[in-house]
Design a protein around this ligand. Structure first.
Ligand SMILES: [Zn+2]
Length: 90
């Protein structure tokens, strides 16, 4: 963890799809700002839903990594059962 990572806002639970989509946009902004890169991703951030609004998969995860210290953060959603989180670690 470094001073950049400490400012990352993790989320324990996404109560609705909106919180998940907001979090994905937040993750994309972290990458766009240049401090993080994608360690792995199931799809591009703007492709989690198809043109009909259907989720691309039952479980979707995105992992970002701090360029400064290497700390990873994982955003995971279970679109089938509902719920998900954005947490420190892989
Ligand atoms: Zn860091």
């Amino acid at each position: 963890m470094c001073e950049i990572c400490e400012k990352v806002k993790t989320i324990d639970f996404f109560p609705t799809p909106k919180e998940y989509l907001d979090c994905l946009n937040y993750i994309q902004s972290l990458v766009d700002n240049g401090n993080f890169l994608f360690e792995s991703k199931d799809c591009d951030i703007d492709r989690v839903q198809d043109i009909n609004g259907h989720w691309i998969d039952d479980v979707i995860s995105h992992v970002i990594k701090c360029k400064n210290c290497g700390q990873c953060f994982t955003c995971f959603a279970n679109t089938y059962r509902g719920g998900g989180r954005f947490r420190k670690g892989k």
